[in-house]
Design a protein around this ligand. Structure first.
Ligand SMILES: [Zn+2]
Length: 332
């Protein structure tokens, strides 16, 4: 468990496309109160901000905490955003939420020190500090879900790059002729291995399938209902197509992660998000093949493990922003 003289209770806010999850995180880094409100997706930016304020008010009321016990507010949102300026540039699925100086707004409203970060970066930091990456300085984190997000933690700090926009690993291509990604480019790993990409590959295979697959039984023959959940369940029942699809997903991720290991030489690779719940079948496929796709001679020794912080990773990630290692000291 990390210790920090400045750590007291922290409010963590996770702004998502469907919900705003806010929590009070204790000094032991447990989420002790939660307020989950729907995101007013199509409302004005002011309405979205009001909903965020309301979630913080709810936490303050529920927890009966005095303001002096709060170290600050951490807030995470999907990118792009500028963590230094505290500005959300745009938020996928919330069209009106553009160029919002959210740190300034929250500080003005509540008076606490406030920090902003990309959600995947913050989740990576949280996994490094109190999840599966504990004890490691260099962590490559990825969340494989509706999309693929990544966070690069170097020396227990988030790597931001020049503009704060580094670590868009989900949009690294593994085949320039590949399928078109949500970002408009071709062959990004997200277009191969995200949840919707897996479902798409399953549907294509099932549409041309001569034999039967248990996946079809699980959706009553309705291809449109196929999701990774049914594929995972069918694999547990030894369905050959489902097993093949998961193994293939493992190979795509191994190709990509092999490159990441060549580039970063991390202590550990931590995989979160919905697809990480597919368990050992997916992870062993990745571990088995990753070394063949990396030039790093130590690739076979890099642990590839599931994330530990599941439901609360957004809130904990936001709170972790107040525990990030400081390397601002001048060395020369
Ligand atoms: Zn992409």
């Amino acid at each position: 468990m990390p210790s920090s003289a400045e750590a007291n209770s922290i409010i963590g806010i996770d702004i998502g496309g469907t919900k705003i999850a806010t929590g009070l995180v204790s000094r032991e880094f447990h989420v002790v109160e939660r307020a989950i409100l729907p995101t007013p997706r199509d409302a004005s930016a002011e309405r979205v901000l009001e909903q965020i304020y309301r979630s913080v008010d709810a936490i303050l009321q529920k927890s009966n905490i005095t303001k002096s016990d709060i170290t600050g507010i951490g807030v995470v949102a999907p990118g792009p955003l500028n963590p230094d300026a505290g500005v959300v540039i745009s938020a996928p699925n919330i069209p009106a939420f553009k160029d919002i100086p959210i740190v300034e707004h929250l500080q003005g409203r509540f008076g606490f020190p406030t920090r902003l970060e990309n959600d995947a970066n913050a989740a990576g930091l949280a996994e490094a500090l109190f999840g599966s990456g504990v004890g490691h300085d260099h962590v490559f984190y990825t969340t494989v879900s509706t999309g693929i997000g990544t966070g690069i933690i170097i020396n227990r700090r988030i790597y931001h790059g020049k503009n704060g926009t580094a670590a868009e690993g989900g949009h690294v291509t593994i085949d320039f002729r590949g399928p078109v990604c949500n970002c408009g480019r071709k062959g990004c790993i997200e277009a191969y291995a995200s949840g919707p990409a897996l479902a798409r590959r399953a549907k294509e295979r099932l549409a041309g399938c001569e034999g039967r697959s248990r996946i079809l039984d699980l959706v009553d023959g309705d291809l449109e209902r196929v999701t990774p959940v049914e594929i995972s369940r069918a694999a547990e029942e030894d369905d050959p197509l489902a097993i093949e699809l998961i193994s293939e997903t493992g190979e795509y991720l191994a190709i990509w992660l092999g490159g990441m290991v060549s580039l970063l030489d991390p202590d550990i690779v931590v995989i979160g998000g919905g697809l990480s719940l597919m368990g050992e079948r997916l992870f062993s496929a990745i571990r088995e093949r990753l070394p063949t796709y990396s030039i790093n001679p130590f690739a076979k020794d890099v642990p590839v493990v599931p994330a530990r912080l599941q439901r609360d990773v957004g809130i904990l990630g936001a709170a972790a922003l107040f525990l990030e290692a400081k390397t601002d000291e001048v060395l020369i």
